[in-house]
Design a binder for this molecule. Structure first.
Ligand code: PGA
Length: 255
């Protein structure tokens, strides 16, 4: 079964408002009107509405980089799922490795955020991946299994029809060290098998799994060629419209 490619640009803590608007416009322009799979932009919170406005009517959708799990209240600085929805954004990253390592998001917090996103109708991109030491000591699969088990605990396949998983080995993020297509495929296949056991073969066959970690125009084709890699989650290279468009174009054409 053909899964529609899905490529996201995670702008992290980059751009000012004018720069975000210009980048969104440029990405839209570079991609043109042909549908090249699903394309997602993840700008900083304050620019969500402006970026959503710039890409309205195109094949590009917008997502937030994080959310708080509470619906509202005295949580200074936090942003709820409903706030994100109200900007026109449709997606949200959950459990990105920088949220886990820099901001202390535990597996349990990630699970609560995932539920908050689903309850508000946001489509979650659940990020998982091992640290360098974990890869070196042979626990990559165990780490990914634990992250998936806790995040998806108690959820039903019906609730997860729009779930996207992003496999991002932490040692490959922002380091220039991309996982080889074979290394990435091995973990993607493992995740898909895990989904088949946890949910069903049909669910696993439909769920899109992105790769993230130093993806560039020059290495995207080899990664996309792998049978279980359905798209890319791009950090640094998504800040250049040309480079990001090249990565999107490396994906399989939409049938
Ligand atoms: P990178 O980031 O492409 O800069 O390695 C990927 C990510 O963090 O999603």
């Amino acid at each position: 079964m053909a899964r529609t490619p899905v490529t996201g640009g995670n702008w992290k803590m980059h751009t000012t408002l004018p720069e975000a608007i210009a980048l969104a416009q440029e990405v839209r322009h570079r991609l043109g009107s042909q549908r090249l799979g699903d394309v997602l932009l993840f700008p900083p919170f304050p620019f969500l509405a402006a970026v959503a406005d710039k890409v309205a009517g195109s094949h590009v959708n917008v997502g937030a980089q994080d959310l708080h799990f509470e619906a509202k209240g005295a949580f200074t600085g936090a942003v709820s799922a409903a706030m994100i929805v109200s900007t026109g954004a449709t997606h949200v990253l959950v459990g990105h490795s920088e949220r886990r390592s820099v901001f202390g998001d535990t597996d349990e917090i990630v699970a609560k955020k995932l539920r908050a996103a689903l309850a508000a109708g946001l489509k979650p991109v659940l990020c998982v991946g091992e640290q360098l030491a974990e890869r070196q000591n042979g626990t990559t699969f165990a780490v990914v299994d634990r992250q998936l088990t806790v995040a998806l605990d108690g959820l039903l396949a019906d609730q997860l029809q729009h779930l996207i998983i992003a496999y991002e080995p932490v040692w490959a993020i922002g380091t220039g060290l991309t996982a080889s297509p074979e290394q990435a495929q091995e973990v993607h296949a493992h995740i898909r098998a895990w989904l088949a056991t946890r949910f069903s073969a049909a669910f696993a066959a439909n769920c899109r799994i992105q790769y993230g970690g130093s993806v560039k125009g020059s290495n995207a084709t080899g990664l996309f060629a792998q049978s279980d890699i359905d798209g890319m989650l791009v950090g640094g290279a998504s800040l250049t419209a040309d480079e990001f468009a090249a990565i999107v174009r490396a994906g399989r054409a939409v049938p």
